[in-house]
Structure formats: structure tokens, C-alpha cells
Ligand binder design. Structure first.
Ligand code: ADP
Ligand code: GLC
Length: 485
């Protein structure tokens, strides 16, 4: 098969969260199964072309796209996904993508990804490709299935056999804009009227467009695939998803063990394996020094690496924090996001400098060092489509403490005294979370049992091979759906 994979962030080029990790490795894993994969993302100004060996494609320069009453232009540059023979095409539209952040609150945020979606299709046409599947990821690429149904259906040569898969990495981000944007998107305006395929509670939603028009839909864990069909988790899209229930699948993400493995990770100070854990304790010492905390082998360190947003459970953590810092434990926190949480942790770290080491911002190296140098990772999410940090925790022998939701529920098994890989709690409340933390603290004091939990986790295998095969099945299923309408 020939698969086109489109996403708004991809490791190692640009990243805000787990989508980038997935998009950096899934195409490689699908290609390794013998398929042709071509990847697309926008060329943001933080991507240094020279460093990554990215260069312009001569015959794909200054291509016009009409955007309602205006013409805009894009060019294409090409590079390789590291570690594989997979091309990645960068949509170069400086006017839209040379900004300080990947996502913005600028008034033309919707236009940026209209341009991206159309540029993917325009490039496919000019390359003369006939893709079997276009794999879209999150709202930024949600318009692609709608464009294929409306604006590009005439091109039977290129798209006559092209099916689409829409992957939901997070239903909380829906690409909602004013309905007026449908005009600039050049999609049928009547579809923006109440009951139309593009209308969503009086606005225009690019994610909804993807979910309506894609031949098949999936999300990043089995549990979340069920959850998003309920009012509690569906963010208003539960009706649409349950109406299409037979087309909605869940595939748990894998992780890239060429990047995330304590035996080889170049970003950590000391390497270690399940048989030889000494390096882990040396990493802990180095991390605590870096964060200005004192090392004590009997005091467990809880790590947090997260976008600081409500999804991730910070309101219950804020509620519990004062109590938690009274316990025999330390925190190392890395994150960036909402001002109120950044401010809370800044004040907490100033107030309890011996208990909390804090780094506000995005720091890839520190994320690896926290995975390696802490004893536990706390992920108390309100909802979690998959979650990758708990999978990194498992591999690094850093025991996850998680809420039983979405992918956290699918990947972490509560420790029962013998088996299990972490500590899991159910209710989204501060006391429920604290009970799980206290259970972990109790087991931590028994070094043998604790090493059993660590090794149980380190023995888990979340490599992409298995998940890639499931995606290939979904690609085939998307084609079957397309043929049967
Ligand atoms: P989400 O995609 O919802 O943010 P995931 O757990 O799937 O959650 O992925 C988060 C990814 O982003 C992980 O690779 C994690 O290490 C990384 N990450 C999150 N916050 C930061 C940060 N402040 N600095 C570095 N990496 C971060
Ligand atoms: C989203 C989700 C996260 C998931 C990631 C990759 O950002 O919030 O749970 O792991 O996408 O699929």
C-alpha cells in the first residue's frame, strides 16, 4: 500500500506532546512492514533545515491555493524521518508557519491548517501519486477527508482509490472556529448550517469534519475508544461517534525504544538494565543535584513531566500538594502550560525548596533524565487518550501512579503485592490519588518488593511492531469501507 501520513508535529522536528512522538515512529514501523509511507508536516521556523538535511523540491515551489477571496502560496521541502527510508515533506508557507509556536491563538489559526490540509492534497496531485490511504491525525488534518469528498473528488486518477483514516489523539482539541471560515476553506457553505456535516454547536469544527468524512476512525487506546462515545468524555462528539460505532477502533500507542531505552539513551548520564540497576540510582543522584535537592536513598522521588493543563489532573494535585509535601518524599516537576498551574508550582517550589525541584518550560533532555532519575511518575489525568510518559516510566523502572482512565487504564496494572506494574486509582479526587501515592510510599520502603514492581514494568513490551500491524489492518478496513460506501 501507499500511505500518506499527515500530522502537525513530528519528532525530532517539532513537538509539544505525544502526537509528535507517535508521528515520528508509526510511519517508520508501517514502512518496516513493507509499505510505502510519505509523511507531511508544516515547516515551522524552529525547524532548522540545514541541521536536518531538508532541502527544497524544485518542481514544488510557489504553488497557489485559493482561500476564499485570496490566493496564498506554499512550497515543499523534503527530508527523511531519522532511522528509516521514509520521506517527510514539509509544507513551507512562511506567512502561516514562521511563528514562535506550533499552535497559536492568532485569528488565522484555522487558516493555517486549512492551508496545510490543502497543500498535502495539492502535493499528492503534483507528485502524480495514487495513495491507498491518507492517515489524518487530530483536528489540524481533519479537513482532508472533507476535501476528498467535495473539492478533490473530480480527480479520480489520483484519489479514485484513496481511503481515509482519522486518528483522534485528543478529543478535547476540536479545531473550532467561526462558521465564516468555511468560506475560506472553500467547503460547501450549506454544510455549516444547523445539521450540516461541518456545523458543530453553531461553529465550524475541523475535527468533526474528519470524523464525518473519514472512512474509518480510531483513537489511541481501546478504553478511550469506548469512553469518547459517552457524554463524560466525548466533548460533544459522543453522538456522532456512537452513531459510527462500528467504524471506531482503539489501538494503544507504542513507544520508540531506539529513543527511550535506559540501556542506550544518550540524554541520560548512566545507562542501566533490569539486571543491572545501579545506574538508575546514580541518575537519581545526578538529577537531584541538578534540581537543587538533596539525595537520600530512602526518600522516594516522584516525577511529573507534563503539559500543565486541566486534562492532566492538576486540579486534584493542587488540592493535595500541601498534604503531600508533609510526607517523606520529593518532587521533580517539568512542565509548561496554563499560567495558573505554572504559578502554583512556582510558589510551591519557593515555599518548599527542599521538597520540590521545578523546571517550567519544554526540555527534552530533562524529560529523559526525570524518566531515569525518579522512583515514581505521577499521572493523575482527568482523561488520557493514551499517555506515553507512563510507558517511558515502565521502561525506565520508574513506577507509574495513574488514574484508571483511557490509555492509563489499558497499560498500567495495579500492583497487588505480587503482580502489577504501578499504582492505579479510580475516582478523580485528591483523596483517591493520595491513597494510591501512600500505597506506593509503603511499598517503596520494602526494597525487594519495590524492585519487583520496577522489573515487572521494565519487562513490558510496548514496541510499535504490534501496533503498526493493527494500523495496517485499519488501512485495509478503511479501503473496504470506502468501496462499500
Ligand atoms: P500529551 O500528548 O497529552 O501531552 P503524552 O503522555 O502522550 O501526553 O505525551 C507527552 C510527551 O511530551 C512525552 O514525550 C513527554 O515526555 C513530553 N513532554 C511533556 N511536557 C514536556 C516538557 N515540559 N518538556 C519536555 N517534554 C515534555
Ligand atoms: C494526545 C493525548 C495523549 C496521547 C498522545 C499521542 O496528546 O493527550 O494521551 O498519548 O496524544 O497519541
Amino acid at each position: 500500500m501507499h500511505i500518506i501520513f499527515a500530522a502537525s508535529e513530528i519528532v525530532p522536528f517539532a513537538k509539544t506532546g505525544g502526537l509528535a512522538d507517535v508521528a515520528g515512529v508509526l510511519p517508520k514501523a508501517v514502512a518496516a512492514e513493507g509499505h510505502q509511507v510519505d509523511v507531511f508536516m508544516p515547516l515551522y521556523n524552529m525547524i532548522h533545515c540545514y541541521d536536518h538535511g531538508i532541502y527544497p523540491v524544485e518542481w514544488l515551489q510557489d504553488i497557489p491555493v485559493s482561500m476564499g477571496d485570496r490566493q496564498v502560496y506554499f512550497s515543499v521541502q523534503v527530508g527523511k524521518i531519522p532511522g528509516a527510508n521514509v520521506n517527510i515533506y514539509f509544507i513551507d508557507a512562511p506567512y502561516y508557519f514562521h511563528r514562535n509556536a506550533i499552535y497559536t491563538n492568532d485569528p488565522d489559526e484555522g487558516e493555517r491548517f486549512i492551508l496545510f490540509s490543502r497543500a498535502v492534497l495539492e502535493t499528492i496531485q503534483r507528485q502524480g501519486w495514487q495513495p491507498d490511504v491518507i492517515h489524518c491525525n487530530d483536528w489540524q488534518t481533519g479537513l482532508i477527508p472533507a476535501y476528498l469528498a467535495h473539492n478533490y473528488a473530480w480527480d479520480r486518477n489520483c484519489f479514485g482509490n484513496t481511503a481515509t483514516l482519522m486518528t483522534i489523539h485528543n478529543i478535547g482539541y476540536q479545531g473550532r472556529f467561526d462558521k465564516g471560515l468555511i468560506y475560506h476553506a472553500e467547503l460547501p457553505q450549506h454544510e455549516g448550517h444547523p445539521g450540516g456535516t461541518l456545523e458543530f454547536y453553531g461553529s465550524f469544527s475541523m475535527l468533526k469534519a474528519g470524523l464525518v468524512y473519514a472512512d474509518i476512525i480510531n483513537t489511541v487506546s481501546e478504553r478511550y475508544a469506548v469512553e469518547i462515545q459517552t457524554a463524560e468524555y466525548g466533548h460533544g462528539l459522543e453522538g456522532l461517534l456512537s452513531a459510527r460505532a462500528q467504524d471506531v477502533y482503539g489501538v494503544v500507542n507504542g513507544i520508540d525504544y531506539t529513543i527511550w531505552d535506559p540501556a542506550t539513551d544518550p540524554l541520560i548520564h548512566y545507562h542501566y538494565t533490569p539486571q543491572q540497576l545501579a545506574g538508575k540510582y546514580r541518575n537519581k543522584k545526578a538529577l537531584l543535584k541538578r534540581m537543587g535537592l538533596t539525595y537520600d536513598e530512602n526518600i522516594p522521588v516522584i516525577g511529573i513531566v507534563s503539559r500543565l493543563v486541566t486534562q492532566k489532573g492538576f486540579d486534584i494535585l493542587v488540592e493535595a500538594m500541601f498534604n503531600l509535601v508533609q510526607q517523606d518524599l520529593q518532587f521533580v516537576i517539568l512542565g509548561s502550560g496554563e499560567y495558573r498551574y505554572e504559578e502554583f508550582f512556582r510558589v510551591a517550589a519557593q515555599t518548599f525548596p527542599h521538597k520540590i525541584g521545578l523546571w517550567l518550560g519544554f526540555n527534552e533532555e530533562l524529560a529523559h533524565q526525570i524518566a531515569a532519575g525518579t522512583d515514581m511518575l505521577l499521572i493523575p489525568s482527568r482523561y488520557e487518550p493514551c499517555g506515553l510518559t507512563q510507558l517511558y516510566g515502565l521502561k525506565y523502572g520508574t513506577v507509574p501512579i495513574v488514574r484508571r482512565t483511557g490509555g492509563l487504564a489499558d497499560t498500567i496494572k495495579d500492583f497487588d503485592g505480587k503482580t502489577g506494574t504501578g499504582f492505579v486509582f479510580d475516582a478523580y479526587t485528591a483523596p483517591a490519588m493520595m491513597r494510591a501515592i501512600f500505597r506506593a510510599l509503603k511499598y517503596y520502603q520494602d526494597k525487594d518488593t519495590w524492585q519487583t514492581i520496577m522489573r515487572n514494568g521494565m519487562a513490558q513490551d510496548f514496541s510499535w511492531e504490534v501496533a503498526a500491524k493493527k494500523y495496517i489492518y485499519l488501512y485495509e478496513q478503511a479501503q473496504r469501507n470506502r468501496k462499500t460506501g
